[in-house]
Design a protein around this ligand. Structure first.
Ligand SMILES: Nc1ncnc2c1ncn2[C@@H]1O[C@H](COP(=O)(O)OP(=O)(O)OP(=O)(O)O)[C@@H](O)[C@H]1O
Length: 558
């Protein structure tokens, strides 16, 4: 993955803020006023004290007390408002980013998601996006608040004495910018390594859960456990490094703040002893500097969390920038799907050198039942992927009703094509809803009819909850043949113009295979069927058999 600079990532994250810029300004305003109110409480307490010790010089005792009370009440309200609006922005943005990510995943599917590791995708959608909250709720506004508040404080201190203003500005820059910058440089790599290790261990756990049977079968448990321990150890090492650095820089920050107060005490003693400033103003300056590091300290811990955040943002933007394998065509126009043609098609998978098709041609007419035969790995499923436009051909063209497939609206294409792939995925929902996926508004009668055609009705009604049984409740009890038949029922319900079957009966016994083939034959008289199968018995319903050999689709020799 190409590394992106922190500046670039920050700019992109800020661009996402655009729709909420008004609320962000409000958050910053409330934050600045909140901090100023807090500092004012301490400053006016000193004025009140000064009024008692030296007599009212600038502010009377009563005025100072009234201002303190007003500031104390508004401080709470302002802080509440700042937190509320800041977090509103953060969570609203997380919502928008999640939405964007899901849309992107939809355009990348299926071709670009085939090879992606699912553990990474899950941590991207869940924890990565979640961590961006740090940037939106705890970075943008706090940085702006610190810059504004501490500039105002330095200007105010400058009014008391120019030296106070200049020295305070130096300390603020040190605590709010220099220390965070140095610490960010030091922890950057550790943060990135931590995120990568975290995603890898997620993937490893997911993989182990999926392959539990194989692990037990081949007695790989102890080896897997050792590997998991190694991964945990690596994660711990990264966290330890990050936490050590955090502790170190926390200590340095406190040291600098203490030295600022000592410097101000020394300067105050000098100004008072030389008669440059009265005691009250010396004390006010000391109190103000002591209570004004809050906004900049809030920034000092940012680099560590920001390192994680930027690593997450990098992965997110990488996904959002990824180009889909094919550009979707908008629209919903109806297509007849009467004539399918592959004209001199050549195709090689991206990042592969071995061509799958080279100048091959085939034409299939409405109602034809065609079988694709060929040895494993020769390109039968690839033919289907080209026909479903998961990929575009390199040369030649795929024509549907004499129109290039690249111009046909994607939604129309999906509506007319029904695919039963080698693996049927069943969602953790009722059997009824799993079949309904083929036609969401189908009636119960329609669903029962297709289940009968797929020879699965008897099995469903034998379950205690029948069609309302949740597939999750069945767990491993559902055999591959039963899954396959549920997939077929779903496909029959969808009832597209072209039924594409990739090894549709590979997990079925002869009896069930026969029932399904008869069903396909009887119910798809006017529909086109394209079938991939190794079994001769399955292709028996096909009128034409094509063999894939030497990157060509040729009519099968008898
Ligand atoms: N997304 C991909 N990127 C690169 N190569 C791929 C991709 N998908 C499949 N292949 C490769 O293309 C070749 C053809 O694969 P395909 O799945 O079309 O074969 P098949 O004839 O359907 O095989 P089988 O009968 O075993 O299912 C194989 O060598 C496979 O490894």
């Amino acid at each position: 993955m190409k590394r992106q600079s922190g500046m670039y990532l920050m700019k992109r994250l800020i661009i996402e803020l655009k729709p909420l810029i008004f609320i962000m300004c409000l958050t910053i305003l409330l934050g600045v006023l909140g901090y100023l109110a807090a500092i004012a409480i301490a400053a006016f307490a000193t004025f009140a004290l000064g009024a008692v010790l030296e007599g009212a010089t600038r502010v009377s005792f009563n005025t100072a007390v009234i201002i303190m009370i007003v500031c104390a009440v508004s401080r709470g309200l302002l802080r509440y408002g700042e937190q509320l609006s800041g977090h509103y922005i953060a969570f609203k943005l997380l919502h928008l980013l999640r939405d964007k990510t899901f849309r992107k995943l939809r355009t990348l599917a299926p071709a670009k998601l085939e090879g992606k590791d699912k553990g990474n995708l899950i941590s991207l959608i869940t924890s990565d996006i979640e961590l961006l909250e740090v940037f939106y709720a705890h970075t943008v506004a706090p940085v702006a608040i610190a810059v504004l508040t501490n500039s105002m404080i330095s200007i105010l201190l400058y009014q008391i004495h120019p030296a106070y203003g200049i020295v305070s500005a130096g300390y603020f820059i040190l605590v709010g910018a220099v220390i965070p910058y140095v610490s960010s440089v030091m922890v950057k790599e550790a943060g990135i390594r931590y995120r990568d290790a975290f995603a890898a261990s997620n993937q490893f756990v997911l993989d182990s859960l999926r392959g539990l049977k194989e692990i037990l079968l081949f007695n790989q448990g102890p080896e897997r456990l050792k590997n998991l321990e190694r991964q945990s150890q690596r994660l711990n090492d990264h966290v330890r490094k990050i936490k050590n650095d955090e502790g170190l820089f926390g200590g340095i920050t406190n040291l600098v703040i203490t030295s600022a107060m000592l410097t101000f005490t020394g300067m105050g003693v000098y100004f008072y002893s030389t008669g440059t400033l009265p005691l009250t103003l010396v004390l006010v300056a000391l109190v103000v500097i002591a209570s004004s590091f809050g906004p900049v300290v809030a920034l000092s811990s940012l680099p560590n969390t920001l390192t994680h955040t930027f690593a997450c943002a990098e992965r997110l933007f990488h996904l959002l920038d990824e180009k889909p394998q094919v550009d979707e065509v908008e629209g919903n126009a109806d297509i007849a799907m009467e004539d399918i043609r592959f004209n001199n098609v050549s195709f090689t998978y991206p990042k592969s050198e071995e061509p799958i098709f080279s100048q091959t041609a085939v034409s299939i007419e409405k109602g034809e039942k065609v079988a694709l035969i060929g040895e494993s790995g020769i390109g039968k499923s690839t033919f289907i992927k080209l026909f479903m436009r998961y990929f575009d051909v390199d040369h030649g063209e795929v024509l549907i009703d004499k129109q290039s497939i690249k111009e046909i609206p994607t939604a129309s294409l999906r509506r007319k094509q029904t695919l039963v792939s080698q693996e049927t995925y069943l969602f953790n929902d009722t059997i009824l809803n799993n079949i309904k996926l083929g036609k969401p508004d189908a009636s119960l009668e329609e669903i029962i009819a297709v289940a009968k055609k797929a020879a699965i009705h008897e099995f469903i009604v034998s379950l205690p909850k029948g069609y309302e049984t949740k597939t999750g409740e069945l767990g491993d009890k559902l055999s591959s043949g039963e899954r396959q038949r549920l997939g077929l029922a779903r496909a029959f319900l969808h009832n597209g113009e072209v039924l594409i079957l990739d090894e549709p009966t590979s997990n079925l016994d002869v009896l069930n295979e026969g029932a399904i083939l008869t069903s396909i034959n009887d119910n798809h008289l006017n529909k086109t069927v394209i079938m991939v199968s190794h079994r001769k018995s399955t292709t028996s319903i096909c009128s034409r058999n094509y063999q894939l050999k030497n990157q060509q689709l040729l009519p099968q020799e008898e």
